[in-house]
Write a protein that binds this ligand. Structure first.
Ligand SMILES: Nc1ncnc2c1ncn2[C@@H]1O[C@H](COP(=O)(O)OP(=O)(O)OP(=O)(O)O)[C@@H](O)[C@H]1O
Length: 310
C-alpha cells in the first residue's frame, strides 16, 4: 500500500454532516454479557463487560484464542445481540449492522464476482448514491490504498495483502465513524503485515476514525494502539486496560527501540495466564487493574496532533 495517503479534505462533502462537524465514533458498552445457546447447552462467551471507547481512539483487544474477542467485536458491529446489557455508538443503541460501523475480517470477504472497483463502491451504491458519486468514491479509495491500477481486476487476481487493502477501502467507503477489524492481518506474511500496520496508522490519522482491532499479537497491539484491552480466557472479560503512551507517528525503525521491548514485556506479563492473580472474593472474577496503575510511559512526549477533518 502507498505510504502516502490521499487527502480526504476534498471528499468531505461525502461524509455525513455530523461526522464532518463533531467527533463521532464514541462506543459505550454497558454491562454486556453474551451467552450462546440455551439451557444445558448454554455457553457464556463474554462475562459482564463495560467499556467506554472515545472518538478517534485506536483500541486493540488482545487475548487467548476462544476468549470472546470476536464475539465482543461482533456485538459492536451488530452481528451478535448481547444476552444482557447495551452497546451504543454515538448514543444510538446498536440493534444490527449499520453503515456507521465498517467491518474488516481476517478472510477478506470480498465479492468474488465483482471487480475491485465494484467491491469498494458496493456500500455507497446500497446507500443510494448516484453512479457518479460511487465512481468518485471508489476512485478515491482505490488511490488511497494504492490499487488504482487494479480497479478492473477481480479479487482472485490479487495477492492476500492487496485483497485486504480492498477490504479496508470497502469498509471506509461508507465513511463510517467506527472501523472494526477482526485479526485483519492474521493471514498475511510477516513483511506484508508490517506494511499493512503502518498504512493502517496513516489512514487512521487521516480519517480521525475510531478503530477497534482484535489481535493475538502483542507487538501488533503495542505498535497500533492507544489502548490495549486484555481479555481473560473463556468466558472472556476485560482484565486490563493499558494505555500506550508511546509517541506517534510510529514507523518501522521504531520497532527496534528498546522502549518497545519494555512495553512488550509489560503487556506480555499482563496478558499471560495468571492463575495466581488476585480475584474478587465475591464474584471470583480477576481483579481489574485501574488504568492509572496500568499506564506505562516510555516517551514522555504526547502523541502527534491529529489532522482535523473539519
Ligand atoms: N455463533 C456462535 N454460536 C455458539 N458459540 C459461539 C458462536 N460464536 C462464538 N462462539 C463461542 O464463543 C466463544 C468465544 O469465541 P470467539 O470467536 O469470540 O473467540 P476469540 O477470542 O475471537 O477466538 P479466536 O482468537 O480463536 O478467534 C468460543 O467458545 C466460541 O466457540
Amino acid at each position: 500500500m502507498n505510504t502516502q495517503v490521499v487527502s480526504l479534505k476534498e471528499h468531505i462533502p461525502h461524509r455525513s454532516r455530523a461526522l464532518a462537524q463533531k467527533d463521532c465514533g464514541h462506543i459505550v458498552i454497558e454491562d454486556v454479557e453474551i451467552t450462546f445457546g440455551k439451557g444445558v447447552s448454554a455457553s457464556q462467551a463474554v462475562k459482564r463487560t463495560s467499556l467506554d471507547i472515545r472518538p478517534g481512539e485506536f483500541v486493540c483487544i488482545l487475548g487467548p484464542s476462544g476468549c470472546g474477542k470476536s464475539t465482543l467485536l461482533n456485538s459492536i458491529a451488530g452481528y451478535v445481540t448481547p444476552s444482557s446489557g447495551t452497546v451504543t455508538v454515538d448514543g444510538n443503541a446498536v440493534t444490527g449492522p449499520g453503515p456507521d460501523r465498517g467491518m474488516v475480517f481476517q478472510q477478506y470477504s470480498l465479492f468474488p464476482w465483482k471487480t475491485i472497483r465494484d467491491n469498494i463502491a458496493f456500500g455507497p451504491r446500497v446507500a443510494g448514491r448516484s453512479n457518479v458519486e460511487c465512481s468518485s468514491i471508489a476512485n478515491t479509495f482505490l488511490e488511497m490504498v494504492g490499487l488504482s491500477k487494479f480497479a478492473d481486476k477481480y479479487p482472485a487476481e490479487l495477492s492476500g495483502g492487496m485483497q485486504q487493502r480492498v477490504g479496508i477501502a470497502r469498509a471506509l467507503a461508507n465513511y463510517p465513524s467506527v472501523l472494526l477489524m477482526d485479526e485483519p492481518f492474521g493471514a498475511l506474511d510477516a513483511q506484508t503485515r508490517l506494511m499493512m500496520q503502518e498504512n493502517l496508522l496513516s489512514l487512521w490519522s487521516e480519517f480521525g476514525i475510531t478503530v477497534v482491532f482484535v489481535t493475538h499479537d502483542v507487538d501488533e497491539a503495542i505498535f497500533l494502539a492507544d489502548r490495549v484491552l486484555v481479555m481473560s480466557a473463556s468466558p472472556g472479560s476485560i482484565i486490563d486496560d493499558l494505555h500506550v503512551t508511546l509517541q506517534r507517528p510510529r514507523s518501522r525503525p521504531w520497532r527496534r527501540a528498546p522502549s518497545l521491548w519494555s512495553s512488550r514485556r509489560s503487556v506480555s506479563s499482563r496478558s499471560a495466564p495468571r492463575a495466581s492473580r488476585p480475584s474478587n472474593s465475591r464474584t471470583g472474577d480477576p481483579c481489574f487493574v485501574p488504568s492509572s496503575v496500568s499506564v506505562w510511559c516510555v516517551f514522555p512526549s504526547p502523541r502527534a496532533p491529529r489532522r482535523s477533518m473539519a
